[in-house]
Design a binder for this molecule. Structure first.
Ligand SMILES: [Zn+2]
Length: 77
């Protein structure tokens, strides 16, 4: 009986940690990718993403616009 309770607590804690980790990773993920050469920014997964060395990462559209980037006409972030 006691073992079952400990197990339940462990499961609850790991679920909470998982949710927290997911929340944090979604907060700090770089959702928008700018091309430092062209000054255009894209959504992740756009077929027109620049190569790694020309990328600038932004967590929000506003950050990208404030940095002087404009939206990609293909993925329209
Ligand atoms: Zn794009």
């Amino acid at each position: 009986m006691k073992f079952g309770r400990v197990l339940a607590v462990i499961i609850v804690i790991s679920l909470l940690l998982g949710a927290a980790a997911y929340y944090l990773s979604s907060r700090i993920s770089h959702e928008y990718i700018g091309n430092v050469k062209t000054g255009v920014f894209h959504r992740q997964g756009c077929s027109h993403l620049p190569c790694e060395k020309n990328r600038a990462y932004f967590s929000s559209k506003e950050d990208a616009v404030d940095a002087g980037y404009r939206r990609c006409i293909v993925c329209w972030p």
